[in-house]
Design a protein around this ligand. Structure first.
Ligand SMILES: NC(=O)c1ccc[n+]([C@@H]2O[C@H](COP(=O)([O-])OP(=O)(O)OC[C@H]3O[C@@H](n4cnc5c(N)ncnc54)[C@H](OP(=O)(O)O)[C@@H]3O)[C@@H](O)[C@H]2O)c1
Length: 385
């Protein structure tokens, strides 16, 4: 028996690609949209349906009709969403409410209407919420959109537990930058924020780069394939990332400062006057990540360069450009920071602290510590004992 699917926001981009993709793979797809006429290409498995996501009664009626016809509803894909670009200062009450109404509350409405028809079936039903890379990291002027996607992550977590015992799997699928209508028809821009005279000029200058990244993003079929895999894999993770360059930042997040993260997110962005090539930035960040773990006995610079797939000169130059300090200065900084914590929190001898952070000579360590913190380690230890 073919599975019955309802997908929202199906008139363009990811929703549209997914609706046709699943129809081609034998699913019966109800493609919900404000403008079902846009799904002009007919397919025997695809039924365009008018769906106003702000109206619970209408959603309920649509789901009842689907269920009455097939006696089942197997998969719901909550895909509809749009982005609001606005500073928090300029956003109107209406802007804020609407962003959450479509991106978050519509998911609650659809789930509330669908769960009674999906629970306790012989084969588990599946709910997939389309979240985003922005559900994990934020961008300036995207506070509302990003917060709405963080909310999608939260509601997915709760629902996954809530519905586990009654036979419904719940997942969030997180696309990275993906080609769609998102930057054209469905991006709402606040004109006061957009005014180049506004105090947000600097962060506004980041937008074109972000738009280009989305326009040059992955094909929406990559998301459709991930959705299909998630439906078919009974053991799929609760949170499913669509393979995409955007995610390379995640393992580095804790190791980077806010500014570094911002540069990485936009690649070669002229923020804070830094103009660093994407590959160079990666070399410097890879080296920093290794040093963060290995500062007690760091690798030689030549070996570190080979670990970062570059040569010694390039590494030294790039590291200094990105972090405004040399590699030995960075190692010294890490060692002394750690020593400072040890001296404050774990009373022990100076010699032991020096060794723990990689200094064999207590005298050298004490001298360096004094130069940086303006206090002798002995004094610090005395104060904290
Ligand atoms: N493109 C990306 O880079 C990207 C990355 C991560 C996540 N996403 C997410 O993926 C989902 C699909 O977006 P997309 O990139 O495919 O963009 P899209 O081509 O603009 O499609 C979004 C769909 O959402 C629906 N929608 C937009 N505004 C709406 C409103 N005010 N009321 C009701 N429905 C509305 C529309 O459906 P109808 O017109 O059919 O009603 C529209 O077709 C969204 O949730 C988006 O946040 C996109």
């Amino acid at each position: 028996m073919p599975k019955i699917v309802l997908i929202t926001g199906a008139s363009s981009g990811i929703g549209r690609a997914c609706a046709y993709f699943l129809a081609h793979h034998g699913f019966i797809v109800y493609a919900g949209s404000r403008t079902p006429s846009k799904l002009e290409e007919s397919h025997p498995n695809l039924y365009p349906v008018a769906l106003d996501l702000t109206n619970f009664e209408k959603i309920k009626q649509t789901i009842e009709r689907i269920h009455a016809k097939h006696n089942t509803l197997d998969v719901v894909i909550n895909n509809a969403g749009y982005g609001l670009i606005s500073s928090v200062e300029h956003a109107s009450e209406e802007d804020m409410q609407k962003q959450f109404d479509i991106n978050v509350f519509s998911i609650f409405r659809v789930c509330k209407a669908a769960i009674p028809y999906m629970k306790n079936k012989k084969e588990k039903a599946v709910i997939i919420n389309i979240s985003s890379y922005f559900g994990k990291v934020s961008f300036p002027l995207f506070a509302f959109y990003s917060a709405s996607k963080f909310a999608v992550e939260g509601l997915t977590d709760a629902l996954a537990f809530e519905l586990k015992g009654i036979g419904i799997r719940v997942h969030s699928v997180l696309p990275g930058f993906t080609k769609s209508n998102f930057t054209d028809a469905n991006l709402v821009e606040n004109l006061s924020t957009k005014d180049m005279q506004s105090s947000y000029k600097k962060v506004l200058s980041t937008l074109p780069k972000l738009m280009t990244n989305i326009q040059n993003g992955s094909e929406p079929t990559a998301v459709a394939q991930t959705i299909l895999d998630t439906i078919q894999n009974k053991d799929a993770d609760k949170r499913v990332y669509v393979e995409n360059d955007s995610y390379k930042i995640f393992p580095l997040k804790d190791a980077l400062t806010d500014d570094e993260q911002m540069i990485y997110r936009f690649y070669k962005l002229e923020l804070e006057g830094m103009q660093i090539d994407k590959m160079d930035l990666k070399i410097a960040m890879d080296a920093k990540e290794i040093l963060l773990k290995e500062y007690v006995s760091p690798p030689t610079i030549s070996y570190l360069a080979s670990l970062c797939a570059t040569n010694k000169t390039k590494l030294q130059h790039t590291f200094k450009e990105v972090y405004k300090m040399t590699i030995p200065e960075y190692v010294k900084k890490l060692r002394l920071e750690k020593a400072n914590i040890l001296l404050k929190e774990y009373p022990t001898t100076i010699g032991e602290v020096a060794k723990a952070v990689g200094y064999q000579h207590q005298g050298n360590f004490s001298k360096l510590f004094f130069e940086v913190y303006g206090i002798h380690p002995k004094e610090l230890l005395k104060q904290n004992c």
